[in-house]
Ligand binder design. Structure first.
Ligand SMILES: C[S@@+](CC[C@H](N)C(=O)[O-])C[C@H]1O[C@@H](n2cnc3c(N)ncnc32)[C@H](O)[C@@H]1O
Length: 267
């Protein structure tokens, strides 16, 4: 890293820590009810900051610790507030099936398992990912990991039942067949962020999610009113463009937490 880069990084770290301390001086609501979700669409930045505060002030400790574990050694992406979104979605939907496209090192699939255990749900957890460093136009991943074994090790760390994991790209015929093989309660699309690929993921998932089921699109905040604070990101162009193109007669947007936007299938 250049000296300029180093100094900028130090400045960013200090400014971020200061901002977080300032934000946490205010209280979040002690509950974020289903009725509050409409506010996430009207005032997404304000709602995101409430989720950030909720994470630190009210989220069950087990979930905070899960996030801290994946934040260590860069085991996962995402932001604290996203754990709150998954908590709210699992509480509300009580999914019996959860599919993630783009597993990386298992943060969100293991969070699904943990939430199911915490809420007393029976939920099958399925991941589809190349379990390799395969990236896209906006993402590069480290080369030196056995991603499949690493993901399984994280499940062991939390004493969770092992998930079903398919080692494939989401567009591979065997992945498409798996997605189409059942109707899902909850799907999370966070694989390849290129517009063409994320559109293909949406096409197959939107036909395979149950009526009333939900698809969460990651990195889709650039085309919304959301303005990320210093420690967050707005997303990428591909998923953000797709989010604007989703047919609102078939899917209703129900909650946005930062760059994550959730769409519920109508009818
Ligand atoms: C941003 S990471 C996912 C992070 C993960 N959701 C989490 O919260 O920790 C994207 C992952 O998708 C994988 N990926 C890339 N192309 C893919 C594709 N076509 N289908 C499925 N996964 C893909 C990448 O290798 C990487 O593991």
């Amino acid at each position: 890293m250049s000296i300029k880069g180093f100094l900028y990084h130090q400045y960013w770290r200090m400014a971020t820590a200061r901002l977080k301390r300032r934000l946490l001086k205010q209280s979040s609501p002690s509950k974020l009810e289903r009725a509050d979700w409409a506010r996430s669409l009207a005032l997404p930045t304000e709602f995101y900051l409430d989720c950030f505060r909720f994470f630190h002030q009210h989220l069950p400790l087990e979930l905070q610790e899960h996030r801290a574990y994946f934040d260590q050694e860069r085991r996962g992406f995402g932001e604290d507030a996203m754990h709150v979104m998954w908590f709210l979605l699992f509480q509300e939907l009580k999914p019996a099936s959860f599919l993630e496209i783009g597993v990386y090192r298992g943060q969100v699939v293991s969070l699904g398992g943990l939430l199911a255990r915490l809420l007393g749900l029976s939920c099958s957890v399925q991941g589809i990912s190349p379990f390799s460093p395969a990236g896209d136009a906006v993402s590069k991943y480290r080369q030196d990991l056995d991603y499949l074994e690493d993901t399984r090790a994280h499940f062991r760390h939390f004493s969770l039942p092992q998930p079903e994991l398919l080692k494939a790209f989401s567009t591979d015929p065997k992945a498409v067949a798996l997605i189409k093989s059942r109707s899902w309660d909850l799907i999370y699309i966070d694989g390849n962020h290129d517009y063409e690929v994320v559109c293909k993921d949406w096409a197959v998932c939107s036909a395979s999610v149950k009526p009333g089921g939900v698809i969460v699109l990651d990195d889709a905040g650039l085309t919304s009113a959301y303005r990320p604070p210093l420690f967050a990101t707005g997303g990428h162009p591909g998923p953000s463009r797709l989010a604007e193109e989703i047919d609102r007669n078939q899917f209703r947007e129900i909650i946005q937490v930062g760059h994550n936007r959730a769409f519920q299938r109508i009818g």
